[in-house]
Each structure stands twice: as C-alpha cells, then as structure tokens.
Design a protein around this ligand. Structure first.
Ligand SMILES: [Zn+2]
Length: 436
C-alpha cells in the first residue's frame, strides 16, 4: 500500500512538472517581415510590397496582407526579400592562407579539434553572408561531420550543411596533394578517401557514408591548388567511377565531381555523377551531354576570380595551372549558358576568405547570365541539386523560414547580394543590421 501511495505521489509530481514546463514553453513567436521588394524564386520576376509571415521555423504566408495581431513586425524598408542563399561548393572547415606554404604547414600541424574551432567561425561568417544552406565538398579528419552535427545540435551557429567528409581520389591526385615522404607522414588510404581500384574506391565511399557523409565528392580530374598533378587528366578509371557512383546512389547519396578536364568529365558523366564542379576545359559536346542527362554545372567563378588574382603568390606550378584554367573557364561558362545546362551556384569557399560567397552572383552576371537566373542558381536550382527543394530554395507557405534581405532592388543591383542587411535561418534572426 505504501509503495502504491508513493508511486501516486510521484506521478502527481511528474504531472505538475510537465504542466509547468508546458506553461513555460511559450507558443512560437509570429514574426512579420516587410520590405519594398520580393524575389521569391518561384519565377524570374520581382514583386513590390512584400509581407512574409513566419511562425516558429516555418513560413506561414508570402503576400502583401496585413500583419496578424500580436506579431513582431520587422520592416526592412527599401530592400529585397529573397530565399536564403545556397552555396553548392564550400569547404567550411578550412581556408587557404595568403602564403601557400604556410597554409600547407597549418594543415599538417593543426589538431582536428583546433581546426574545428576555425570551422565554427567560418560557418558563422557564411551564415551572416546570407547563405543558409551549403553543400560542403571535402574536408579532413571528419571535422566537417563534427561541425554539421554541432550546428544541428545548436552548439555552433552556421548554415544547414550537407557534407561529403573526405573527397574520393587517387594516390598522387588532387585530393592527395602533398608528396610528403611516406616515413614522415602516413600515406592516406580509403578512410581518408584515397584509393586505387574499384574495390578500394567502393570501400572509401562506404567509410565516408559510415561516418555520416550526406553526399560523395570525387576528383575526376586533376586540380589547380595541388602541386604535383596535371590539372586536366582523368584521375579515376571508368571501373573506379562506376564503383563509386553505384555505391553512393544505393545509399541515395549524390556524387559531386571536381573536374577541370574534358576527357575526365565525359568519364564521370557517363558513370552517372550528379554535378560537375569547376568544368574549366569542358567542350560544347560534353556540355550538351550534361544537358541531355540533367547533370548540373557548379561553375565556381569565385574560385576562378580568386586564383587568378592570387596567381603570383602561388608556387610556379600552381600559378601556371591557375592561369590556364582561368583562361578557358569564361568561354566554357558562356557555352553552358547558351546551351541551357542546369547551373547551381557554388563558390569554392575556403579557396578565398569565407563570407565573400555573394560575389558569385555578380561574377556570373558579368558573363551574360541574367540577374534573375543567377539568383535562381543560388536558391531554387541549388536546392534541386542538393535534393532539399521540398524544404528550401523558394519563399512559399510551408517552407523553412530561411530568408535574406539585401539592400534596394536586387534585379537592378545584383551586388546587393554581397551585403545582406538581414538573415533569418530556421525562423531565428541571425543578422539584422542597424537601420534595417
Ligand atoms: Zn572545392
């Protein structure tokens, strides 16, 4: 009897506790955002006089109506409201140094936990630049997996991250970029994404997915910022590519292929990759093949701009590759545009200082892309490539409240995207500049 009574008392106490908690947890706040213009990414037009109602982490309505009673109203004045930007090519956990070899030294010497603290700062900077979703395509020591998990747990502030862990590539290739003596630094294997032969490459993919990769990144051809490999030749065999793509797709993971060379791109596209990153030397025929298969181009104009600007500071072999890739890239981009190859905005953040991602919009328009198309590439179309279009990429009722405001009319000044005045992520205000 005593025991039963004690249990009842305990139950009563628990019930009261739960009730108290319920009373304490206020219903989600309703926030109303107002601005002179709206680009909702459902089409190519700018609308005037926007009102977006947000409750909790969701968009309730997008229109021009009155604010519901009791809502907190944020009036952003002469600004354009847009969906939170999406960068399909970042390296949030690292950043190149002005001195290339100092960067190499840091990369070898820093502990993973130390590097993670840098990553947290870069993530915060990226969010404040208006980028509420990123596809992170390559990191070391699973620091990116840790950063994504910490952001999801509310420990660090940053964009929604889809991340690849280690990029998959061949020994001596773009992702195995330092020819360090093997008795001083342990050579990398499948756990670090480096593999020879289809079975080892399959294993490398399985390891990245085991530890939480949301997608798989590969180096189909050589790269610019690695010292020992030619920039354009294929670095994975058709058998290796087939093993990688089939293994990733079985787990419903997309494959992003770093690729400058044309022959390498054809091999990767025929193996079934979902996007080609950079694409410097791609020919018209290869771009046509991409269009027919619905393979996205992630042009990373920002990387091209930055490595051209910095070429003189790089070691001579890298400088030569940077110049050659940059010289070819502009025409490739124009051809892709003319053919209507699907394009998603990506910047290669980490090659340049984090937080300058918004420059990509302007760089794409300089080569003839319309401002509206550039905005779609960095919102709706990026969401499609990432497979998150049901949740983000447009401003519509029911979608996640990831919302950016940039000064003025964004279609008449695309560079407004470089200086957002307001950023909301998951319904939380991440940035609100004074006077807005
Ligand atoms: Zn990259």
């Amino acid at each position: 009897m005593k025991l039963v009574a004690a249990t009842l008392v305990l139950l009563a106490t628990t019930a009261t506790g739960a009730q108290a908690q319920e009373t304490a947890a206020a219903p989600p706040e309703t926030i109303v955002l107002r601005a002179a213009h709206l680009f909702d990414s459902t089409g190519t037009t700018l609308k005037d006089g926007a009102t977006i109602v947000v409750r909790g982490d969701r968009i309730v309505s997008v229109g021009t109506g009155a604010a519901p009673p009791g809502a907190r109203v944020i009036d952003l004045g002469d600004a354009t409201l847009l969906p939170g930007f999406i960068d399909a090519h970042t390296h949030l956990t690292s950043q190149f140094e002005k001195d290339y070899y100092r960067g190499v030294y840091n990369r070898i010497m820093r502990f993973p936990a130390e590097q993670a603290l840098y990553g947290a700062q870069y993530a915060r900077r990226t969010l404040e630049a208006g980028f509420t979703t990123v596809r992170n395509v390559g990191a070391e020591d699973f620091v990116d997996i840790g950063l994504r998990n910490a952001i999801n747990a509310g420990i660090a502030e940053g964009p929604r991250m889809l991340t690849a862990a280690h990029g998959i590539g061949s020994p001596g290739g773009h992702f195995d970029d330092y020819a360090l003596p093997p008795d001083r630094v342990k050579p990398w294997g499948p756990i670090e994404g480096i593999c020879s032969g289809p079975e080892a490459c399959r294993e490398a993919v399985r390891y990245q997915m085991k530890w939480g990769a949301d997608l798989i990144k590969i180096a189909a051809s050589g790269g610019v910022l690695s010292e020992s490999d030619p920039v354009d030749v294929p670095q994975l065999t058709p058998e290796e590519l087939a093993a990688i793509v089939s293994e990733a797709h079985k787990w419903n993971r997309k494959v992003a292929a770093h690729c400058h060379g044309d022959a390498a791109a054809r091999l990767a596209i025929n193996a079934g990759v979902d996007s080609i990153e950079h694409g410097s030397f791609l020919t018209e025929d290869t771009l046509k093949l991409m269009k027919s298969k619905g393979v996205y181009l992630v042009p990373t104009r920002m990387a091209v701009y930055w490595v051209s600007k910095m070429a003189d500071t790089y070691p001579p072999k890298i400088a030569a590759k940077a110049r050659a890739a940059a010289a070819a890239h502009g025409n490739m981009f124009k051809t892709a545009l003319r053919l209507g190859v699907p394009i998603a905005l990506g910047t290669d953040a980490g090659v340049y200082p984090h937080g300058m991602n918004g420059m990509e919009f302007g760089l794409m328009t300089e080569l003839g892309m319309s401002p509206a198309a550039a905005l779609l590439a960095g919102t709706r179309d990026g969401a499609k490539l990432l497979g998150v279009e049901a949740d983000v990429g447009t401003l519509e009722a029911g979608k996640t409240a990831d919302i950016v405001a940039v000064p003025g009319n964004v279609l008449s000044d695309i560079h407004g995207t470089e200086h957002p005045v307001f950023v909301m992520h998951l319904g939380h205000v991440a940035l609100q500049k004074a006077g807005s």
